[in-house]
Design a protein around this ligand. Structure first.
Ligand code: SF4
Length: 274
């Protein structure tokens, strides 16, 4: 049976607010699956906790609803036991870079062949609008009535310096561009990260679709990490998007396949759980 966008339909309707950027990301991911030939039985999506995670209910594909911030341990476990399985993590800026920040750094270091899609809207939307780790200075939210005063986490710079081998930024309001980035990220062999600028229509009246459209421009992939970092640090009147950095490097699965000196019987250890 051919794979179409409708293949991923469930009988649950989305509960996201009208105008939420999650719709564009969801649409782009389905388009990417169609383009990649990944059907409902051919891959797995691991979801974090947050508005993004509700996608689990209306996306028909193998899925795991992970604990808050714990998408990457689950995703790496899946990859460990099935090296050919496409594993996609759908996470939020809070889930992935706050609660899951440590996992993000250490997964990037290992370079497993996993794709991470970050719904980056600068707020914890599901808990009604508190500042998230990527919230920019001055942003007034319920948890920051005087405006955010601490440094925002920069997902791109963090991913590049931690060792991710494919680092990109997309926009929820640009489905064709975002689909292309997702396709490239999943095809990449190694830890691929797509930070997706996602307007939260309910709790962020500043970073709207129009606000982003007036600033976003597309870049060429940098040749060095330093040049990629320079671009990653740009945020103001102009905001770059596209593939910032890419390199070919052995994955954690490549390294693990070469390990022969295991000082215990793994089968025996696992037997009580199987
Ligand atoms: Fe989307 Fe924001 Fe509504 Fe959550 S609260 S569904 S992120 S618009």
């Amino acid at each position: 049976m051919s794979i179409t966008v409708d293949s991923f339909k469930t009988n649950v309707l989305p509960t996201w607010c009208p105008g939420c950027g999650d719709f564009g990301i969801w649409m782009s991911l389905k388009n990417a699956f169609v383009e990649l030939g990944i059907g409902t039985d051919d891959g797995v999506v691991v979801y974090g906790v947050g508005c993004h995670g509700n996608m689990y209910d209306w996306m028909k594909i193998y899925g795991v609803a992970a604990l808050h911030g714990r998408t990457l341990p689950v995703a790496q476990g899946l990859k460990l036991v099935n090296r050919t399985l496409p594993v996609i993590v759908v996470s939020g800026d809070g889930d992935g870079l706050g609660e899951g920040g440590n996992h993000f750094i250490h997964a990037a270091k290992r370079n497993p062949d996993i794709t991470v899609l970050i719904h980056d809207n600068q707020v914890y939307g599901l808990t009604t609008g508190q500042a998230s780790p990527t919230a920019k200075g001055g942003f007034v939210t319920k948890s920051t009535p005087e405006g955010v005063f601490d440094e925002p986490v920069n997902p791109l710079a963090l991913a590049i310096t931690a060792g991710a081998t494919f680092v990109a930024r997309g926009f929820a309001g640009d489905a064709p561009g975002l689909t292309a980035l997702m396709v490239a990220a999943v095809k990449h062999k190694g830890f691929s990260v797509v930070d997706i600028l996602q307007p939260c229509a309910t709790f962020d009246k500043i970073h709207t679709y129009q606000w982003y459209r007036e600033r976003l421009y597309t870049i060429e992939t940098a040749e060095t990490k330093i040049k990629a970092l320079e671009k990653a640090m740009e945020w103001g009147d102009k905001i770059p998007m596209g593939i910032f950095y890419k390199e070919e490097k052995p994955t954690s699965e490549d390294h693990e396949a070469k390990i022969t000196n295991v000082p215990f019987d793994l089968q025996e250890l696992l037997s009580e759980f199987i």
